[in-house]
Design a protein around this ligand. Structure first.
Ligand SMILES: Cc1cc2nc3c(=O)[nH]c(=O)nc-3n(C[C@H](O)[C@H](O)[C@H](O)COP(=O)(O)OP(=O)(O)OC[C@H]3O[C@@H](n4cnc5c(N)ncnc54)[C@H](O)[C@@H]3O)c2cc1C
Length: 449
């Protein structure tokens, strides 16, 4: 049963509710989208973002994001920087090992970069200046958002009608903060989730994504032909690679300066991430001998381990894909994992999870940023009284469960089975279905509908 405080911030008949103290844990895309969407509410809520990273800006990996419908809708609704967000691709095409096109279909998709999205959000949320975009004018009477970096959340507990959030700071400080609402936007290894649902774990899917970018004017014209205005794919046993153009340095969309971005999935069998096989351990051990569990940051990959991947790329991939993998100077590696929380609200609805903290999708779904954007928008709509709490829960959990499972199915089929090209195309097209056209299956909403 929800407490009175919970009821008061969702009651649509209460058109003059008090401003709430809202703490958002995590200052990446999910946390920033949430801050921006909640700041638009008339109550002028007092919003604080707690981000564990020690620097004021997150270090980007310089990689691409497919800007799905909800990401684009979010920017239409809230962005005041008014700059173009994406490079568009007009067609999908599948290559064979020789680099010839074996299937193509017209489909417009928008591709952006994580750093451009991040800086546009920071400009909107807390007026951070950057070379990426102009900072919008401050509005009179708008809610302030405090962005506190170097604040790592360590504890959450109920404290009367409020929730107490404990944190440590990078300068060895510690403290607590009280909130009416806590939003866990702290990513796939969420602390908020693990404090409230300690049994939920990230599990290894048996393969990794090798990722990187190359400037479009650094590749041969034949190779650029395969990726310019195109979303290109290649599949072979245990391997999938895809590539598309994304904005370049400081978000430039200037032809010649954009980047060819690739995601190259390849199997690395291993019992778990904690007991990696010899091959996985070698790949995830950096140039300084430090082993990374899930992500090897750009520029840290051991040249010996990467050289092995360059050789394999030349043997297994079509020439265009082999060229971009071999030309990448700062590759990075992500172990592909699965995680989903069985629910998204806790402590009488005063703590909620969203984005990757709620459900970490496999990258094949190209939906992680869209999930974060959608979760932020519908949370704002609920607090505004436009969506009731039951509908909010049905839509957010229906989305999280359906797409998370779809990613597992897609990834397992692609990496661990021998599929016909038509089956790969079918799976990929299913992943592009607009959210509005989805009917969440009954198993995904049975307990929340
Ligand atoms: C630095 C960075 C670069 C990324 N680059 C790409 C990319 O190039 N392409 C791509 O597809 N995806 C990228 N991602 C992932 C992408 O942002 C997410 O998949 C998606 O947008 C959903 O975002 P999220 O905010 O839910 O989770 P995340 O982006 O994972 O963000 C979680 C945030 O919470 C913070 N955090 C975690 N624990 C705590 C804690 N205890 N206290 C306070 N803060 C905490 C983390 O530092 C992080 O900033 C990146 C993520 C990060 C953090």
């Amino acid at each position: 049963m929800a407490s009175q405080a919970t009821e008061s911030f969702r009651d649509p008949s209460n058109d003059k509710p008090e401003p709430l103290d809202i703490v958002i844990v995590g200052g990446s895309l999910g946390g920033l989208c949430t801050a921006l969407a909640l700041r638009s509410l008339p109550q002028c809520h007092r919003i604080t973002i707690l981000e564990r990273n020690s620097t004021p800006l997150l270090h980007n990996q310089g990689a691409g994001i497919v800007a799905g419908g909800d990401t684009l809708d979010f920017f239409k609704r809230y962005d005041r920087c008014n700059r173009s967000l994406a490079v568009s691709s007009q067609r999908r095409q599948y290559l064979d090992k020789d680099g010839d096109i074996v299937h193509k279909e017209d489909m417009v998709q928008n591709m952006t970069s994580w750093d451009l999205v991040y800086y546009i959000l920071r400009a909107n949320v807390d007026y951070v200046e950057s070379a990426y975009c102009k900072v919008p004018q401050r509005r009179v009477d708008e809610a302030e958002v405090r962005h506190l970096h170097g604040h790592k959340v360590t504890g959450i507990e109920k404290c009367g009608e409020k929730v107490s959030v404990a944190y440590t700071t990078t300068d060895n400080g510690e403290g607590t903060m009280e909130a009416d609402l806590v939003v866990g936007a702290d990513g796939p290894s969420s602390t908020v989730r693990s404090l409230l649902q300690p049994d939920v774990q990230r599990t290894y899917a048996g393969y990794v994504a090798l990722r990187g970018t190359v400037r479009e004017d650094d590749v041969t014209p034949e190779t650029l032909e395969a990726f310019k205005d195109r979303f290109a794919f290649f599949h072979t046993r245990g391997v999938q690679i895809l590539a598309y153009l994304i904005p370049g340095e400081n978000g430039t969309l200037e032809p010649g300066q954009r980047l060819v971005n690739f995601v190259y999935y390849t199997n690395f069998p291993s019992k778990s991430l904690d007991e990696p096989s010899e091959e996985l351990a070698e790949l995830m051990t950096d140039v300084d001998g430090v082993r990374h569990r899930i992500t090897m940051p750009p520029g840290k990959t051991n040249p010996k381990a990467w050289e092995k991947q360059r050789v394999i790329a030349s043997e297994k991939l079509p020439p265009q894909f082999a060229e971009i993998v071999r030309a990448t100077k700062k590759p990075f590696v992500q172990a592909v994992t699965d995680v989903i929380s069985p629910k998204n609200e806790f402590l009488d609805g005063k703590v909620i999870l969203l984005g990757d903290a709620l459900a970490g999708f496999r990258p094949h779904t190209v939906a992680s940023t869209s999930q974060a954007a959608f979760d932020a928008m519908i949370l704002s709509d609920m607090l505004r009284g436009e969506v009731d709490r039951k509908e909010w829960k049905k839509q957010t959990m229906g989305y999280a469960r359906t797409i998370q499972k779809r990613g597992v199915d897609m990834g397992n089929r692609s990496q661990h089975q021998d599929l016909l090209l038509e089956e790969h195309i079918h799976d990929r097209n299913l992943a592009s279905k607009p959210r509005e056209e989805e009917i969440w299956p009954s198993w995904a909403i049975a307990d929340v509908a």
